[in-house]
Design a protein around this ligand. Structure first.
Ligand SMILES: Nc1nc2c(c(=O)[nH]1)N[C@H]1C(S)=C(S)[C@@H](COP(=O)(O)O)O[C@H]1N2
Ligand SMILES: [Mo]
Length: 372
């Protein structure tokens, strides 16, 4: 066994996370903890679907198999990845596909994420593309299939907790990483260490933790999390709560544009006479790019643009800030609305209801009072 404190399997130094489920462990970050430019590991959300893997190998001896529609199957160790491929570090958002699920009415099935099933960390590793090219992709290579070391909750080692995949074009993007470090530290066990995938901009479930195998397939992958209603949303919106029999569904790929207000904290009371307050947060837009962020204190009647800090690299979040002028004392709900460069903005109400509650990018609102 690696020398690892027992706690590390659960919530290593996890400040104030909201536990949505104990087994498997699912923990959300309160939005006011997402106030750092780079989300510290101690504040980063956790989402597990099955049991935790038993890991007995030293990190550098961890191996990854690439097989299927490739010229030669490749078994690479973490030491090989570190030594033989170009190392890259990008700061990128990781967001659960069910982030915002709690805002669907009627309630959707699954963990009731608020706005905090998201974080933005610096991931270090190598481009999956470089490793796939080493294996040599055949013409028939159409899709990836990801496997981790964690069994599903039945404990059957042949049943993976989750196994999803992406069209080969997404796998070949430079930013799709095989990552072994997070914020400059060896990837913690809770976040999939020694080795995980990061597929930025798409549902977090594609970013396989404890990564053991990438099977290159000649068709869309049909593993656990790829079939039925999993990660599927109606192509044409249906009435909230309606049955999906006969409804055309599509797999959710890019996550929609979204923003959070990380300061002030919901419920903040300002002293009498406060005329202006500082507000700040983050915004991101899946495969697209954040174009603007606007703020309203009057239910959307008027909007004030926020100043955007340029992202470090593609898939980084944009930190934004603004000063809001308050006309008088009283109660205000601050709403933040991000718009991507394709002109898609966040809605006031949960859009495109779907039974498993994916892709809810409803605006985040924070209530404040001035005076008593
Ligand atoms: N092996 C494995 N990888 C996994 C999961 C899992 O249960 N097992 N959960 C996925 C889901 S649904 C999400 S949202 C992200 C969460 O990553 P984190 O726990 O590092 O925040 O991991 C993904 N990768
Ligand atoms: Mo997720």
């Amino acid at each position: 066994m690696m020398d690892r404190p027992e706690d590390d399997k659960r919530l290593p130094d996890k400040d104030r996370l909201i536990i949505l489920s104990e087994t498997p462990l699912v923990a959300e970050t309160p939005v006011d903890l997402l106030d750092d430019e780079t989300t510290p590991i101690s504040k980063f959300f956790i989402r597990n679907n099955g049991l935790l893997p038993e890991i007995t190998t030293e990190p550098d001896a961890w191996s990854l198999m690439i097989d299927g529609e490739v010229e030669r199957s490749l078994l690479v160790t973490l030491a090989d990845l570190k030594g033989h491929f170009a190392q890259k570090t990008f700061r990128m958002v990781l967001e659960c596909g069910g982030n915002g699920r709690a805002f669907f009415t009627p309630p959707a099935a699954g963990n009731p994420w608020g706005h905090g099933g998201v974080g933005c960390a610096e991931w270090t590793g190598v481009s999956l593309a470089d490793v796939l090219h080493r294996a040599g992709l055949k013409e028939t290579a159409l899709f990836t299939a990801h496997y981790g070391a964690d069994p599903d909750s039945s404990g059957d080692p042949d049943r993976p907790a989750i196994s999803r995949g992406v069209p080969i074009a997404k796998a070949l993007e430079e930013h799709t990483l095989l990552a072994w470090a997070m914020n400059g530290e060896p990837l913690p066990f809770s976040h999939g260490g020694p080795l995980r995938l990061i597929v930025p901009g798409w549902p977090g479930s594609l970013s396989q933790k404890w990564l053991k195998r990438i099977w290159i397939r000649d068709r869309e992958h049909d593993g656990s999390g790829m079939t039925g209603l999993s990660y599927r949303v109606p192509v044409y919106p249906i009435p909230p709560g309606a049955a999906t029999d006969g409804v055309e569904l599509r797999v959710l790929e890019s996550m929609p544009v979204r923003s959070i207000i990380s300061f002030p904290v919901d419920g903040t009371a300002y002293p009498v006479g406060t005329e202006a307050i500082a507000v700040r947060g983050a915004a991101w837009a899946g495969d697209s790019v954040v174009g603007r962020v606007d703020l309203s204190i009057d239910g959307g009647a008027t909007w004030v643009p926020a100043a955007l800090q340029p992202p470090r690299n593609r898939y980084d979040w944009v930190r934004w800030s603004a000063t809001l002028l308050l006309p008088a004392g009283g109660y205000y709900e601050i709403a933040a609305r991000a718009t991507d460069i394709d002109g898609r903005a966040q809605p006031f109400r949960a859009p495109n209801w779907n039974p498993n509650g994916y892709g809810c990018n409803v605006m985040h609102r924070v209530a404040i009072t001035v005076g008593s």
